[in-house]
Design a protein around this ligand. Structure first.
Ligand SMILES: [Zn+2]
Length: 346
């Protein structure tokens, strides 16, 4: 026994516990635990993607139209006129798809801002209905147009609304499709974060949310080796080509990560990877699902992994021409299958 360990062994258990617990936690993660956080049901698609269908091409064209309209220029509280223009485009488009769009308005730094929501509900009373939230933030970070972060997720939610309008839901289910303001700094994890306002309102009214999916930066793909990066120690577990869509949750949302990726893999011929890991790992809680976790709701992020893959993350070069609209369309069709399963939609 080396002197350091002899010294530790001489200390009382009351001291040893707190000192060693974090160390042992990391050791456990690096051993069997590390494999467990990456173990997912089903099998990721391998090999060439199937021939594009006409439906996927049309969806890709609509996604491009939305991203170009919403995220060609910076839009946030600092660029408030552009933020409101993006909100009006979302409102107009969803109204055009036949929805009554609800604005959830509040103030941030003295300026009016809003979340936008459409709902598809079963016939039961509000008290009888469990809620599934599918959302994306539509604001861009300061200094960036935000085409991928998060015009891509915003366009996806708009098109999910289009595909799901008129769906019949069981009496006990309600689907809310929400576009959030103020995900980006300085509002991230604050009281003025749009998703935090939304989640807090549902919790204060005693509503039960059974699943929340945050669509966060979903439009960039590359088949090149070395195009995908990870926070350590995850790089040993996952592929090094950034051609997959990721499903990300903390330990408390593990079963939702599993349910979502299983449904995706059953319905979409597109590579996918999943992780359910402690939120101390950088990136695990970096989106609007964080807000729902604050109220104990199961909530996950679906993402291309953003800074771990996308070279234009949070820069002026995050422009609409960087998005792979056809692969994004495939991902959106797969997410639609997840949402239909979660909501019991017919
Ligand atoms: Zn961002």
């Amino acid at each position: 026994m080396r002197p350091f360990f002899r010294r530790l062994a001489g200390m009382g258990g009351a001291i040893l516990g707190p000192v060693l617990a974090p160390v042992l936690g990391i050791v456990a993660l690096a051993g069997g635990g590390l494999g467990a956080i990456a173990a997912m049901p089903g099998v990721s698609h391998k090999g060439p993607l199937p021939v594009w269908t006409a439906e996927e091409r049309e969806l890709a064209a609509r996604l491009r139209t939305h991203v170009t309209a919403i995220a060609s220029t910076e839009h946030n509280v600092v660029r408030h006129r552009e933020l409101e223009e993006a909100a009006r485009y979302i409102d107009r488009t969803l109204s055009g798809y036949g929805f009554a769009v609800k604005s959830q308005e509040f103030e941030a730094d003295g300026k009016p801002v809003r979340n936008l929501e459409v709902s598809i509900a079963g016939k039961g009373s509000e008290a009888q209905r469990d809620i599934i939230v599918v959302g994306a933030h539509y604001d861009s970070v300061i200094g960036a147009p935000g085409a991928n972060d998060n015009g891509s997720g915003t366009a996806a939610v708009i098109e999910l609304a289009r595909s799901l309008r008129g769906a019949a839901l069981p009496d006990t289910k309600e689907l809310k499709l929400v576009l959030f303001v103020n995900e980006e700094p300085p509002y991230f994890k604050s009281e003025q974060m749009g998703s935090h306002v939304h989640a807090r309102d549902l919790a204060s009214r005693g509503r039960k949310v059974t699943a929340m999916l945050s669509l966060e930066t979903i439009g960039y793909y590359s088949d090149e080796k070395g195009s995908q990066h990870y926070p350590p120690p995850l790089d040993a577990l996952y592929p090094d080509a950034g051609n997959f869509i990721g499903f990300v949750g903390d330990m408390g949302s593990r079963s939702l990560v599993h349910q979502a990726i299983a449904a995706f893999r059953k319905h979409a011929a597109f590579p996918s990877e999943g992780i359910a890991a402690p939120s101390a790992i950088p990136g695990i809680d970096w989106s609007d699902h964080w807000a729902y976790r604050q109220y104990g709701y199961p909530a996950i992020m679906i993402t291309d992994t953003a800074p771990y893959r996308y070279p234009h993350y949070h820069t002026a070069q995050d422009t609409p021409d960087k998005i792979d609209y056809e692969r994004t369309a495939r991902v959106v069709k797969g997410i639609e299958a997840i949402v239909r399963e979660l909501a019991g939609a017919r």
